[in-house]
Write a protein that binds this ligand. Structure first.
Ligand code: ADP
Ligand code: MG
Length: 171
């Protein structure tokens, strides 16, 4: 008999986008934000200075955040008011999931809210299977970046086309 409780695992869609300026990365963030308007999460990885905070500032701009977006390295988490509550989290100074749990992760990951996590590859974070995953690498030139974006198309049905349109309008 078919096991209906077993969710079919679909392959993630993966795309690589190149930006040539901080403004290009901010604009890309704004495009990604279209898929987050009713909540969701983004897990970002990439070395220091590659542009995680810059991309997040674009996402926040697209979500009507009025605050200035800056790195929460010392405070660990900023809460912004946008279309929904937005948590901007930095794991740089944390060592384990237990520390993240202590500062309220389960509440941040609730449906209808948005979490944007820098250094998300430091340790495994539960309740993130629905998130958009982004990895940023430096490119050949000082302002070029290689941005790999992976997501489940059944959760973010418009993102692929939005990203394709971004690429078309920037080439
Ligand atoms: P991170 O959060 O990954 O440490 P930041 O976003 O704080 O990185 O810093 C990225 C730095 O790189 C900024 O000074 C930004 O102006 C610069 N930069 C240059 N080119 C780009 C680009 N294409 N995308 C993002 N940032 C860029
Ligand atoms: Mg940062």
């Amino acid at each position: 008999m078919e096991n209906l409780s077993c969710k079919k695992v679909l392959p993630l869609h993966k795309t690589v986008i190149y930006t040539n300026s901080p403004q290009g990365t901010v604009k890309l963030g704004e495009v990604i934000s279209f898929s987050l308007r009713r909540g969701g999460g983004v897990l970002l990885s990439g070395d220091l200075g590659t542009g995680k905070t810059t991309l997040i500032s674009g996402i926040c701009q697209g979500l009507q955040v009025k605050n200035k977006v800056k790195s929460p390295t010392f405070v660990l988490v900023w809460l912004y008011e946008g279309v929904v509550p937005i948590y901007h989290i930095d794991l740089y100074r944390l060592e384990s999931y237990e520390e993240l749990e202590e500062i309220g992760w389960e509440e941040m990951a609730e449906e209808g809210k948005i979490y944007l996590v820098e250094w998300a590859d430091k340790f495994y974070i539960p309740f993130t299977q629905n998130a958009i995953k982004i990895d940023i690498k430096s490119g050949k030139d000082i302002e070029s970046r290689e941005i790999e974006i992976s997501f489940d198309p059944s959760i973010f049905p418009h993102l692929r086309e939005d990203l394709e349109n971004y690429v078309k309008s920037h080439s």
